[in-house]
Design a protein around this ligand. Sequence first.
Ligand code: GLA
Length: 386
Amino acid sequence: MDSMKEKLKKIFAEKFGSPPQLIIRSPGRINIIGEHTDYNNGFVLPAAIDKAAYFGVSLRDDNEMHLMAADLSEDFSIRISELKPVANINWPNYILGPVAQFQKKGITLKGFNAILMSDVPIGAGLSSSAAVECATTFAFNELLDIRLENIELVKMSQMAEHEYAGVKCGIMDQFACIMGKKDHVIKLDCHSLEYQYLPFKLEGYKILLLNTNVKHSLGSSQYNARLEECEQAVEWVKENVPDVQCLRDVSETMLDKYVFPKNKLIDKRGRFIIQEIQRLQKACEDLQKGDLNALGKKMYLTHEGLSNMYGVSCKELDYLVAAVKNNNAVLGARMMGGGFGGCTINLVKEDAIESITSGLQIRYESEMKLPLTYYVTTIENGTEII
Ligand code: GLA
């Protein structure tokens, strides 16, 4: 963290003449279990991690925004009065989107200079975009002393993703990023937004992320398609059970009656979500009892469901989960995040990491024709000033 901060300060001073007024660290996230449940008003169990975006910013006297992505050596500038999503490059949108959210609230921002650096791998399912969106809302809330509550910053960052990145995401990523707490996972009820921090004690185990290096570019259109499939399931149930608002309110018996006869695929999508919400509840009990074995088994079941029922895995993700499934040193593994690429999350015995990764790298690279990268990650605090 300190070296990123020093590097950012130096680049900022070289580019803009003086160090930034404020530097924010804003983390990526993992999710232990509860995938694709957030936009169905279910529960999720995410946490903020050690990999983060770093955002240095200073106000200007005019209304120009001068941005730099230091890792890419790319610059971008625009007047605040001309704010709109950028079509040909992605990264500015994760800063412009949050700025637009302040404007929507009637809060006019002044021009600013900003530099972005990040060690959250892009397209790895670790929410590199939420990290930047949250860094931006958090920074301006501080810099202009706007005093919005954290939950408001979470919602603004989520809306930024909808409107400037075109992904109708749920609230999990931005919530985990801003609300994360060291060594704890967050049990979040995505309906009421009530949450609870559960200690995540790994005793002898580590969280290992295996990156397929398949960029989940297909992901955004397929993500929105899953959202619509879930809405369709709810609509068919609602025709018969008017109280139902979302899949959280639907039972498997309702699917049997009102969805299965109409469309088997929509039934499978909805059934996965209902099962996943229940599985998460049980997984939280496992965690509270300290039964990591039981939790791990549920992670494997989640993967099976995401792959066979929800249809958001890919052959590389399936390969990596299958490769560790019968290994006693691995308690659980599954694809994580939106899917179609990115990382698997694995709970692995600390002393087995080296042998697992080295063997797997060789096999994966020769069979999938892609490099395998990996990160041993830790759970850290959410977005903060450094
Ligand atoms: C992406 C979205 C989240 C969530 C996950 C799947 O990360 O941004 O809101 O839906 O996919 O659980």
